[in-house]
Design a binder for this molecule. Structure first.
Ligand code: GLN
Length: 448
């Protein structure tokens, strides 16, 4: 597939042909990465996750409860795309309300991994990553609350970037956990990720958490020759599979050979990451999803009075995982348990952020696994807790609000599945994250 950088040099007529070809390939594909073929605007077609509003398109967050809902306005990320030579084309499948790590919980069925149709593409932005890696999208937008851009990118062998919290507007993104959510690019290479990130990033008065930080073009300043100090967290990688640890060790060597300095560190608070994330994220989700009551948005179930209508709409409309999280979220926010869980989690969140801060006093970047294993077989995760545990390497970055980029570094010899690692940076230091990733991409020379 043509890269985003190349596509941006094409004429209107050439782009129209490319779009027709992409639609043909996507309709024939077995991946179930696309759930719609709407288009909006002119320019390079970018695939859009089903939780980002595009005027007059259905937007359902992969859920039954939002069937029939049509977006009344463009998300700011979409407005920004259109200002930069791109257009929105096609809806990408996702886990319901972005809750999940496999794209198995979508109302539209399971998306498959292009490297092995028996395996999941990761999630929740599984449609976006499968399409880019499977050659049926030039680039895509996803959202990342606890890894949903980086992990599917790693499972599928493409690049995914989660920006610093506040750098991309959340206006028009269906809220899962508002203090963690960010929209970001999923692309074929690092440079395309920088181009797409530059396009969507910007201060937005419509999002009260939007950062007023200055934006300088990352793509225009991309420098693969910059020498950086990169931390490896020795006690962090032990939980990863042998194949991931091997790829990690080889990547450390590659970084050294490219002239970067490796610094060894340890982190003490990582054992609290999963508990903290699943308290904060479910608390915010329970609050955000309270608005889906059958009155204001989407699908309405039968009911002879108001409370029956609420009850039936939510019982029929939400899937199992979403219900589990609403229950958990309401529990941790309930008056008897608020201090013991929610308040405690907020305090631990600060400790996690401070621990990253202490490491970044000494280094530019941290190298970390994205997931403890390669993409699992479809249907193989039965216990939700096992799925939550597979988020162990991505969620702390959202809790701390940091930028991180996942890129493919190799393949598992046994399964042939791609392995991705992530480079994590200081808040607002996206340039170093991209520079380090660009250097690593050139040194490793991964082929999808
Ligand atoms: N897997 C994580 C969760 O289920 C992250 C999802 C996301 O980033 N949207 O919450």
């Amino acid at each position: 597939m043509i890269t985003l950088k190349e596509a941006l040099t094409k004429s209107k007529e050439e782009l129209a042909e490319i779009k027709t070809e992409i639609e043909k390939l996507a309709r024939e594909s077995e991946l179930n990465a696309y759930i719609g073929f709407e288009s909006s605007g002119e320019g390079v077609p970018i695939l859009i996750k089903d939780n980002i509003q595009v005027t007059d398109w259905p937007v359902t967050s992969g859920s039954k409860i939002l069937q029939g809902y049509i977006a009344p306005y463009d998300a700011t990320a979409i407005t920004n795309l259109k200002k930069n030579g791109m257009m929105a084309f096609g809806r990408a499948n996702m886990d319901e309300f972005a809750m999940g790590s496999t794209t198995e919980s979508s109302y539209y069925g399971i998306t498959k991994n292009p490297h092995d149709l028996n395996r999941v593409p990761g999630g929740s932005s599984g449609g976006s990553a499968a399409a880019v890696a499977g050659g049926i999208a030039i680039a895509a937008l996803g959202s990342d609350t606890g890894g949903s851009i980086r992990q599917p990118a790693a499972y599928c062998g493409c690049v995914g970037f989660k920006p610093t919290y506040g750098m991309v507007s959340r206006y028009g993104l269906a809220a899962y956990a508002s203090s963690l959510d960010q929209i970001g690019p999923i692309t074929q290479n690092v440079e395309d990720a920088a181009i797409l990130y530059d396009a969507i990033s910007g201060h937005d008065p419509k999002d009260s958490t939007s950062a007023e930080h200055e934006r300088v073009s990352i793509a225009a300043n991309l420098d693969g020759n910059r020498k950086l100090r990169i931390a490896v967290i020795d006690n962090y990688i032990e939980a990863a599979s042998e194949a991931i640890q091997k790829a990690y060790a080889e990547t450390v060597k590659a970084l050294e050979s490219a002239g970067h300095t490796i610094v060894h560190k340890n982190m003490q608070n990582t054992k609290y990451d999963i508990a903290t994330y699943y308290i904060v994220a479910t608390a915010e989700a329970a609050t955000n999803l309270a608005r889906f009551d059958g009155v204001r948005y989407g699908r309405r179930a039968e009911g002879s009075n108001l409370s029956e209508l609420y009850y039936n709409t939510r019982s029929e409309g939400f899937g199992e995982e979403v219900k589990r999280r609403i229950l958990l979220g309401n529990f941790v926010l309930s008056s008897g348990y608020y201090d013991a869980y929610y308040l405690k989690a907020q305090k631990v969140r600060h400790l996690i952020r401070d621990e990253f801060g202490a490491i970044f006093d000494d280094v530019d970047l941290i190298l970390s696994p994205v997931a403890p294993s390669v993409a699992p077989i479809i249907g193989s995760i039965h216990d939700p807790l096992d799925m939550y545990k597979s988020d162990m390497y991505t969620i702390a970055i959202n809790l701390a609000g940091l930028p991180a980029l996942s890129l493919p570094v190799g393949k598992d010899e046994e399964t042939g599945m791609p392995i991705g690692l992530q480079l994590i940076g200081r808040a607002f230091d996206e340039q170093k994250v991209f520079d380090g990733a660009y250097s690593l991409e050139q040194t490793i020379n991964y082929k999808n």
